[in-house]
Design a protein around this ligand. Structure first.
Ligand code: ZN
Length: 208
């Protein structure tokens, strides 16, 4: 398996999250990407995030990694090699300013360490993943819980749409969007990502 290639992300893929930020429900997947410098592992260590550019929000997300290019007619299981959970860290004040100006989100979404992921696990199929909620603990308190069955655009739609419009191949990963409950990060926060009751990774935040 190649190391991570493209980091694709999906915005507003859960109705309740779109509403909590007063955004419209999209009629097609709202895609963006992050540089590979954004990658960081939730391996129990410290994650350094910007502390001087307004609020940083956590967004817990289900992440898939592709094993091969998507071709029409393929199933999710044909294309997805493994899964992880991730946090799409977002400079929310910067994003609000960029949105007002009609500018791309990159500066609010693409900073170093903004794409935190747990180690990848073999993908057991979409149905198995729908049987377990994923959740985020902030300082041992659950702040987000979601299930991929509640996504507006399902895994197959996201993969096919990405392949058509951006290209999709081995080593590409997709952050599939966050459920409701996003909020601001404080210096020293500890985050744990769980699949069901199984912790997949954790990290501590250093704002600087
Ligand atoms: Zn997100």
């Amino acid at each position: 398996m190649k190391p991570v290639q493209n980091i694709y992300c999906v915005g507003r893929n859960y109705v309740k999250h779109a509403k909590e930020l007063n955004n419209e429900i999209p009629s097609s997947p709202l895609m963006f990407s992050k540089p590979t410098h954004a990658l960081a592992e939730a391996n129990g260590g410290e994650i350094v995030l910007p502390g001087d550019r307004g609020s940083v929000h956590y967004e817990a997300e289900f992440v898939i990694r592709l094993r091969q290019p998507y071709e029409e007619g393929m199933s999710v299981e044909d294309v997805v090699d493994s899964m992880a959970l991730g946090i799409d860290f977002t400079l929310r004040d910067v994003q609000d300013q960029l949105r007002k100006k009609g500018q791309p989100w990159l500066l609010s979404k693409g900073f170093p360490n903004s794409a935190v992921i747990t180690p990848f696990l073999p993908f057991d199929g979409e149905a198995a993943c729908q049987n377990q909620d994923f959740s985020l603990l902030r300082n041992e308190e659950r702040v987000q819980i979601g299930n991929i069955r509640d996504m507006i655009f399902d895994l197959h739609t996201l993969i096919a749409y990405t392949a058509t419009h951006l290209g999709a191949g081995e080593g590409d990963i997709i952050f599939t969007g966050t459920p409701e409950g996003v909020g601001p990060v404080a210096h020293g926060d500890h985050y744990t990502l769980l699949c069901g009751t199984n912790p997949l990774g954790n990290c501590t935040i250093k704002l600087q």
